[in-house]
Design a protein around this ligand. Structure first.
Ligand SMILES: *Cc1c(COP(=O)(O)O)cnc(C)c1O
Length: 373
């Protein structure tokens, strides 16, 4: 007999928590040596371990992904206008406003979730200095085409790679693309340090500069070289990251299996579409987005409510679009007519619960609700 799904609420994400006893030795070490922050031993160990795991050379840890985005823009002295996607979490554009930069929204690819490279050139003006694409749900952007446009127009590319932990494209880490890539290790992400983030740099000099910026611009006791910020990851978060890293392969494997079960369970339901990442990519299954389209018995919001009534907290990522929030919606590029593909997907999407603790019974319960709604 199959186990019943328990009746606890199901959230869209849930952090994988290693047993507390496994974390205690790390805490004892911190209590012993009394190094709580300022790029201590766990911070250094996690930078090395992550660089190795992710297949990158230079990584700088941050207190969260948003500070990392803000610092990435600062470090390249980005100003004026930056081309980005409306189909993301608000932090992508907020990081620009905090730098006095104007975001310019470009639509996403029809049938996908990422910025449409064919629409970027028309949005470039003399004020444009950079492009900030997002690897939405960990699906890699068209990095080749974006690189081509950036080099033709002399623009920097900073990827918001908050969803792209462990994602590979064309045989190597997608984090090696562009001038910088920014990760988030927030509690809701695939790999978490409670709160945390990182910037992946292409060379040692860039990493050094970013490391100064995240520590007030301090180089040594008497030298401050830039108006930096306090963006450092603390030792408890770094230690938790080291522990998490031990289980990450298993967690990613479990996510792949859940993805597979959802796809099998939802196959053939009229009006329910489960978009796939490009086959060439090594995926991290960070989210499981479905599109509720014509032919389904309920509207998107009807299904969303139906799930909620059953204590299943799916989320409408990303609805509303960033461009619909009050601080952006007056901008010409925020007009709905400029963003038809993003507007459509935003009205159809639901991200189903996706995390390693989901059981077969949970997945079956969610599938049954969608099938019989
Ligand atoms: C989570 C997220 C961020 C922000 O990261 P925090 O660590 O929460 O500050 C930025 N961009 C995207 C796309 C995200 O999903």
């Amino acid at each position: 007999m199959k186990p019943e799904a328990d009746n606890k609420p199901l959230y869209v994400t849930q952090p994988a928590m290693p047993p507390l006893r496994d974390f205690l030795p790390y805490l004892e070490q911190i209590w012993d040596n009394k190094i709580l922050t300022n790029c201590g031993p766990y911070h250094q160990q996690l930078e090395q371990a992550l660089a190795q795991y992710l297949g990158v050379k230079y990584i700088s840890l941050f207190a969260n992904g948003t500070l990392a985005l803000m610092t990435a823009l600062q470090s390249m002295r980005i100003s004026g206008e930056v081309i980005t996607t409306p189909y993301s979490f608000v932090a992508t554009a907020h990081a620009m406003l905090w730098n006095g930069i104007k975001p310019v929204f470009v639509d996403i690819e029809p049938g996908g979730f990422n910025i449409d490279p064919r629409k970027i050139e028309a949005a470039i003006t003399p004020q444009t200095t950079a492009i900030m694409p997002v690897h939405c749900y960990g699906h890699p952007c068209d990095v080749g085409r974006i690189e081509e446009i950036a080099s033709n127009y002399g623009l920097k590319v900073i990827y918001d790679a908050a969803h792209a932990f462990g994602v590979q494209s064309g045989g190597s880490s997608v984090l090696l693309q562009g001038d910088l890539s920014v990760l988030s290790f927030h509690a809701t992400k695939v790999f978490n340090t409670f709160e945390g983030g990182a910037i992946v740099s292409p060379d040692a000099k860039t990493k050094r500069h970013i490391d100064h910026l995240k520590n007030f611009g301090i180089v040594d006791e008497v030298t401050v070289v830039a108006p930096g910020i306090n963006g450092k990851m603390n030792e408890i978060s770094a230690a938790f990251g080291l522990l998490q890293l031990k289980n990450i392969d298993m967690a990613l494997q479990q996510r792949a299996e859940i993805d597979h079960k959802y796809r099998a369970g939802l196959r053939g339901i009229d009006g329910i579409h489960c978009p796939k990442p490009p086959a060439s990519a090594v995926h991290n299954h960070s989210y499981f987005p479905i599109l509720v389209q014509a032919g389904y018995r309920l509207s998107r919001d009807g299904l969303f409510q139906k799930l909620r009534d059953a204590d299943i907290y799916a989320r409408r990522y990303f609805y509303p679009l960033i461009s619909e929030f009050p601080m952006y919606r007056g901008m010409p590029s925020a007009a709905t007519a400029n963003l038809p593909a993003a507007t459509l997907v935003s009205a159809q999407v639901i991200c189903l619960p996706m995390h390693p603790e989901l059981t077969d019974a949970h997945v079956e319960k969610i599938v049954q609700i969608i099938r019989t709604a």
